[in-house]
Design a protein around this ligand. Structure first.
Ligand SMILES: [Zn+2]
Ligand SMILES: [Zn+2]
Length: 315
């Protein structure tokens, strides 16, 4: 009897750890949402493998593909850098969770609801603007040649390009982006969600697929915006808010030519470049997919008339 009782209580303990197979679990309840989320990542496989022969229907640069060597390069470099950034995050989280100095808080009531909602745009805008300037600075000749050029080996970026950055640069950006955790009262939740959003869009914007921003993201450029950055190098430095480029004159312009040797984000006027440079530039424009633009209209396409007018010497 004693033994029987003991066995039952052991089972009771055991039941606490083995979930009831009939119960509706959290994952089952939200399976549709989770499925939709995970569809995003396999979409790379879906497009690049299953619809490879119909690239003109979905690819930003349908005629060009990254070589297998560069694919391997970006997967290896991307994994290394991701590991470095993740380890830094893990160390930091450990430090904060164990009472190390930070301005992170966990109870909304500590600073009220107003600040809880206000910090979403504050964190997002701070990180995006800082990343714009970091990116722009890494596009100056010295930093570009020694660090950022590595990320620009991929002229046709894929979802794996997003973390394929020089480790020094990746760490530098990460350290700038986490500053709010030590300066302003930051609730963990908005910080976490903004980080997820940024990473999600990093994947989308490097995917090479003609993804468009949704109506509820008026600040967000379409995927072609950063694809252009990889195709034309020193232009379109922003990530999630393209307004920064419009504000600082580094947004791509139809009447400018951009190459890897034309620094500082403003390109060169059509009448300033050589005939070969212009020819190469027009060829690049031709290789773009109009379907990646709004209303399926390649907004940087130059008509012969426009071209003639731009080449005419100024009086
Ligand atoms: Zn860049
Ligand atoms: Zn990039």
């Amino acid at each position: 009897m004693g033994n029987h009782k003991k066995k039952r209580s052991q089972n009771g303990n055991l039941n606490r750890w083995i979930p009831d197979p009939m119960a509706v679990t959290w994952t089952e309840k939200y399976s549709d949402t989770i499925n939709n989320f995970w569809k995003i990542l396999p979409s790379t496989w879906y497009f690049y493998v299953r619809r490879r022969d119909r690239a003109e229907e979905w690819k930003c640069q349908p005629k060009k593909w990254l070589s297998p060597e560069l694919e391997r390069h970006e997967i290896i470099l991307g994994s290394l850098t991701l590991f470095l950034n993740a380890s830094t995050s893990a160390l930091l989280a450990c430090y904060i969770a164990n009472g190390g100095y930070s301005t992170v808080y966990y109870n909304v009531a500590d600073y009220g609801w107003l600040w809880f909602f206000l910090q979403w745009p504050v964190i997002f805008i701070y990180q995006d603007y800082v990343t714009y300037w970091m990116h722009r600075i890494y596009h100056t000749p010295f930093l570009y040649r020694n660090f950022h050029k590595l990320h620009h080996k991929y002229k046709q970026p894929t979802a794996f390009s997003v973390t394929a950055i020089h480790p020094v640069e990746a760490l530098h950006i990460q350290l700038m982006d986490i500053l709010p955790l030590f300066i302003i009262p930051t609730h963990w939740f908005p910080f976490y969600v903004v980080a997820l959003y940024t990473y999600y869009h990093g994947i989308i914007d490097h995917s090479g697929v003609n993804f468009k921003a949704y109506w509820w993201q008026p600040w967000q450029p379409d995927a072609i915006f950063h694809d252009n950055h990889h195709q034309y190098f020193h232009v379109n430095f922003a990530f999630n808010i393209d307004y920064w480029d419009k504000l600082h004159g580094t947004y791509r312009r139809k009447d400018r030519v951009y190459t890897e040797d034309i620094f500082y984000g403003k390109g060169k006027r059509i009448d300033e470049v050589s005939a070969e440079e212009l020819k190469a530039d027009l060829k690049e424009r031709e290789s773009e997919n109009p379907l990646a633009y709004r209303d399926n209209k390649m907004e940087f396409k130059l008509s012969n008339r426009e071209l003639k007018a731009m080449k005419r010497p100024k009086k």
